[in-house]
Design a protein around this ligand. Structure first.
Ligand code: GDG
Length: 475
């Protein structure tokens, strides 16, 4: 057993919550990158001598642990080859498409998996050094599925939780993976395996029964060594108050007005905000909007679509192809249907500060979220939180995890273009009473189930598995 460190709570994630910046004196520094996960975990990390282990981006080596915003951060170096094979390769060109319904063909390369094993081993070793005796270690996401079992091997005294942010596929798809058994066994190193939805937890338990041969009962897996592993759903959320408050600031209100003005003050603004990813259904949604204009149901003087596509994974080939496809489509729709000063679609390939996002949400009458498959989709919840006057309509794919909670959205099947067109039109034509009835209900749901509640419930459940084992984490 490795000798223990001093942290009672260790977060292990592919990325550290920081970005490289240049200090005023020219020296390199760090800035914490705000995100839901950080804001939810920061208070628990502080209360428990917590440490966050992850890759800070880039290929710098010789990085020393440092503190940022009161959090202890342990940077993991990544070589150019590891970025290519572990991150862009196995994580984002094998697992990502496989876990998202194979909407793109997953690529299977043996050397990518070997590098995935190496990188996971290094993360596990670092966590084993940092964690105190009996500490809680919470491992995040698909890049690190082998870490739980590797870590348990090194430190059987730890309480280990794992959370998957993306969907967990049905057995019929997961089975394709040449390394299916290794991944299942990797996850079984945890005491608690958390998923966005209960269907994913059920997929996992069924696969463990079929492929690894362990006994299972409901959400429990019984291991031969007497340990049990629980698989359950913990739908992730956002910091509701942060978005609700931000949307009501004067600056954001004024900027929202400016945005509406800039797009020609149409009667309705449609909005899409996504990482430029083939799972997000951007192409189909823009096609549906374009057809509504071509059919004469919508007029460019009256309705405009703003699509923010945040640059993402630009080194992965499928992402480059997707970008070209979408840009060709936007060009064609605007070329065929736009007028001088009145493009049908305002397309922005860029990323913006959070205030600008809040202003866009506030400026939008109809938020269009149409993924082909999505673990949760936080954008849908952020929009709801920003609709401070209860107005605004959400068109939401049934295949986003968020659809299980946001039942009052206009739910659509993103593969059904006609269905999507009629939902867009319905949302466009809805009266204020109906929009407000739906939005009120959704705001109540997101307010009650915010990201702090998510983190608390996961950690409480983790503490409840094997209560006599390990220290407990203070809320
Ligand atoms: C994965 C799962 C699951 C986007 N562009 C900008 C920006 N964003 C922010 C959004 C939102 C986040 O990034 C994206 O989260 P999503 O949930 O929508 O999607 P993924 O990135 O695919 O996240 C997903 C999530 O993990 C959490 O478990 O919900 O299903 O796929 O917060 O607002 N933020 C800023 N500028 C941008 O340009 N500031």
């Amino acid at each position: 057993m490795a000798s223990p460190g001093s942290s009672d709570l260790v977060i292990v994630a592919n990325r550290l919550p920081v970005d490289r910046i240049e200090n005023p004196d020219g020296s390199p520094g760090w800035r914490t990158s705000p995100g839901g996960l950080v804001s939810a975990l920061e208070p628990v990390l502080r209360a428990n001598d917590g440490t966050w282990i992850g890759w800070p981006g880039g290929t710098e080596s010789d990085l020393e642990p440092f503190e940022a915003d009161g959090m202890d951060l342990v940077p993991m170096a990544m070589s150019a080859r590891e970025i290519e094979e572990f991150y862009e390769g196995f994580s984002n060109a094998t697992l990502w498409p496989l876990y998202h319904d194979v909407v793109e063909k997953p690529l299977f390369h043996r050397e990518w998996f070997d590098t995935y094993v190496e990188v996971n081993q290094r993360f596990a070793e670092r966590a084993a050094e940092v964690a105190a005796e009996g500490a809680t270690v919470w491992v995040h996401d698909y890049q690190l599925q082998l870490v739980p079992s590797m870590l348990r091997e090194l430190r059987p005294d730890l309480r280990i939780g794992f959370y998957l942010h993306i969907p967990f596929p049905p057995a019929e798809l997961f089975q394709q993976l040449p390394w299916r058994r290794q991944l299942l066994e990797g996850l079984l190193g945890a005491d608690l395996v958390g998923f966005q939805l209960s269907g994913a937890a059920q997929n996992f338990v069924r696969l463990v029964r079929q492929r690894v041969g362990h006994k299972t009962h409901r959400d429990l897996v019984y291991l031969p060594d007497g340990r049990t592993v629980r698989a359950a759903a913990f739908p992730i959320s956002i910091d509701f108050n942060l978005y609700a408050d931000l949307a009501q600031t004067e600056g954001v209100a004024a900027r929202a007005e400016e945005i509406r003005e800039a797009v020609g003050n149409p009667s309705k603004v449609f909005l899409g905000v996504d990482r430029l990813d083939y799972t997000k259904g951007i192409y189909a949604r823009l096609r549906a909007f374009g057809e509504l204009i071509a059919d004469g149901h919508l007029d460019v003087e009256d309705a405009v679509f703003v699509q923010v596509a945040t640059p993402s994974r630009e080194q992965v080939e499928q992402y480059r192809i997707l970008r070209d496809d979408i840009e060709r489509l936007v060009g064609r729709i605007n070329g065929d249907l736009g007028k001088i000063g009145r493009p049908a679609i305002h397309y922005l390939h860029a990323s913006y500060p959070r205030e600008e996002m809040a202003a866009l949400f506030r400026a939008a009458d109809i938020m269009v979220v149409t993924p082909l498959r999505d673990g949760m989709n936080l954008v849908a919840k952020e929009y709801v939180a920003c609709c401070h006057d209860d107005l605004g309509a959400l068109v939401l794919s049934e295949f986003a995890g968020a659809a299980e909670e946001l039942r009052q959205a206009w739910l659509i099947n993103p593969y059904d273009i006609n269905g999507m067109k009629s939902a867009l039109l319905d949302a466009y034509r809805t009266d204020e009473r109906e929009a407000s009835r739906r939005m009120k209900a959704m705001r109540k749901t997101v307010r009650q189930h915010d990201v702090a509640a998510w983190a608390d419930s996961f950690l409480a459940e983790l503490a409840a598995v094997r209560p006599s084992h390990g220290k407990s984490v203070r809320p």
